[in-house]
Design a protein around this ligand. Structure first.
Ligand code: NAD
Length: 307
């Protein structure tokens, strides 16, 4: 059927799916957006509500659809599944959400979809691995939003701390999107200067802890997180449909990088119309490499226990 680069599908229209759909409408990246949810009425309501903002953005077709509408989409964003409750980790969601992911990918697989699968539901690394295996698609076409959001939070916090525009901060959170993630300080730069140049050791630790615990802090106050991830979804979609070759820490299948195999986690990667073009092996200290490997081990153990 081919790919319509102006068409996107969002599966799951809860907080994250509807916010992503709203951000995607405003982004003007697409001219057609299909919303799918197990709760059809919810998808219909969101499609109508979001459509009413269109006159202030630009024309597009937004509708609640079915899997029969997905075949020519460039990107399918999957946000379906339970979210974290206060005191739950992302990994606590695995049983429920892996069942949901398998059923959604099963539906997608029945159609001739040739675009990119963008997985957002948590635990995102495990669910991206499941989507990859269930779909049988090549690894470049199955991407997790990974630590793109955490990296956004990190750059924001560093920018605030240093008093510079967060877009001038280049620093990554890598590994699991979750409790074992790490900050790649060795590679972090502000306006081209290594971040260590700023000599803020104690603050560095505080900033990282703050970033790592952001979701818990937000969920404790408002029961869910969705605006930040919606912007991250939009940014990843832009890199795909504009064929940007942008570098971002999406979650992808490791195939020997850093000695890691058969596990999905976040390392900066070049993202374009093919999905993941290549992983970018950034410089890590020995300590960071050990942390990354331990993050991978945690994920591998969970995959083994749940397969
Ligand atoms: P939510 O409960 O508000 O929405 C989930 C939606 O999924 C509901 O509308 C539900 O009807 C739908 N759904 C359930 N099973 C389905 C199925 N089989 N097919 C289609 N739709 C189905 O939850 P939320 O706050 O929107 O969170 C969604 C997911 O996104 C959670 O797993 C959450 O942890 C995750 N999340 C990820 C990130 C990230 O950075 N990757 C950030 C925030 C939230």
């Amino acid at each position: 059927m081919g790919i319509n680069s102006r068409k996107v599908v969002v599966v799951g229209c809860g907080f994250v799916g509807s916010s992503s759909a709203f951000a995607l409408m405003q982004s003007q990246l697409f001219s057609e957006m299909v919303l799918i949810d197990a709760d059809q009425k919810r998808a219909e309501g969101e499609a109508i509500d979001i459509s009413h903002g269109m006159v202030f953005a630009s024309p597009m077709k937004i509708y609640a659809g079915t899997y029969d509408d997905i075949s020519d989409a460039a990107v399918i964003v999957i946000t379906a599944g339970a979210n974290q409750k206060p005191d739950e980790t992302r990994l606590d969601l695995i049983k429920k959400n892996s069942r949901i992911m398998k059923s959604i990918v099963g539906e997608i697989k029945k159609r001739e979809f040739e675009g990119i699968l963008l997985i957002v539901s948590n635990p995102v690394d495990i669910l991206t691995y499941i989507a990859l295996k269930e779909s049988g698609y090549p690894a470049n076409r199955v991407i997790g939003s990974g630590t793109v959001l955490d990296t956004g939070r990190f750059r924001y916090e560093l920018g605030e701390h240093l008093g510079v525009d967060s877009r001038s901060v280049h620093a990554y959170i890598i590994g699991e999107h979750g409790d074992s993630e790490l900050a790649a300080w060795s590679d972090a730069r502000v306006g081209g200067l290594p971040i260590n140049h700023f000599d803020h050791d104690a603050s560095m630790e505080k900033i990282f802890d703050h970033v790592k615990n952001s979701a818990y802090e937000i969920i404790a106050r408002k029961h869910a997180t969705y605006y930040g991830i919606a912007m991250a979804v939009c940014r990843i979609c832009a890199a795909i449909v504009r064929d940007e070759q942008s570098i971002m820490p999406v979650s992808s299948l490791m195939q020997g990088e850093y000695g890691l195999e058969d596990v999905v986690l976040s390392i900066p990667a070049v993202v374009d119309a093919n999905g993941i073009e290549t992983v970018v092996p950034i410089e890590l200290s020995e300590k960071e490499l050990a942390q990354l490997k331990s993050s991978a081990e945690i994920l591998k153990k969970i995959i083994k226990e749940n397969s």
